[in-house]
Design a protein around this ligand. Sequence first.
Ligand SMILES: C[S@@+](CC[C@H](N)C(=O)[O-])C[C@H]1O[C@@H](n2cnc3c(N)ncnc32)[C@H](O)[C@@H]1O
Length: 261
Amino acid sequence: MTQLSFDAATAKALEKAYHKRDMIRRRRHVREALAARPGERILDVGCGPGFYARELLDEVGQGGSIVAVDASPDMLALARQRCAGHDNVTFGEGNAAALPVNDGAFDAALCVQVMEYVPDPVGALREMYRALRPGGRVLVWDIDWATVWWHSHDPGRMRRVLQAWDEHLVHPSLPRRLGADLRAAGFADVAVAGHSFATVSYDDESFAVAMLGMVADFVPGRNGVTGDEAAAWKAEQRQLAEQGEFFFEGTQFCFTAAKPN
Ligand SMILES: C[S@@+](CC[C@H](N)C(=O)[O-])C[C@H]1O[C@@H](n2cnc3c(N)ncnc32)[C@H](O)[C@@H]1O
């Protein structure tokens, strides 16, 4: 079982997907929940192509700063490009399990759809805890992939494809344990909000359609799914759309908590 690799090809695919309407909506939810203020120092763990870093620069202003960390040099290259011309953002190659940052250096930290790829989430949450000042805020966003489902006339194939897709990460249903993990890491005031991306429209701007291509590219050769089957699985969704039968559901979870004073 080989996880999704965050290489140049994935970085390019995510860069494209993150311009879509549903991903813009997701960033709006994150920014509202994080509530960054002018002058704050923010840590972005697993910054990917740097969309959050760029948008948060506007919120913290010239008096604030962003430190963005990612394990993938390809992602960091895109993030650096996105934030070019700003001197109050720095990027570091590093692992969520051992963040290359000082103790107590941040007012808030975010980690959006990263923890589900990290083998030891409690260890990584402890790292974020260490990086925050007392009273600092944390936001962790992940998907429960067991909630992700496209309607199909071949539910057996759908199940096998989605089981194959589960191999793309370490924790397919991480949100179920994230509340406990945040508490185990020392955080208080743990809260969660669920955001459904359900749709009946085959819409290129949706999470539902953006995911079809990524899943179809990843699953061939896994869990008994062949290349032809993956292509047929994806094609069925367009046919269902033409018949007015398209339906997708998937819930993403936004956890917030604080480091006690
Ligand atoms: C799905 S992308 C999310 C990117 C970004 N947080 C966003 O939502 O726009 C996952 C990111 O996590 C990074 N990542 C995965 N495992 C990591 C780890 N152990 N430490 C640091 N970064 C990691 C990947 O390189 C990738 O950029």
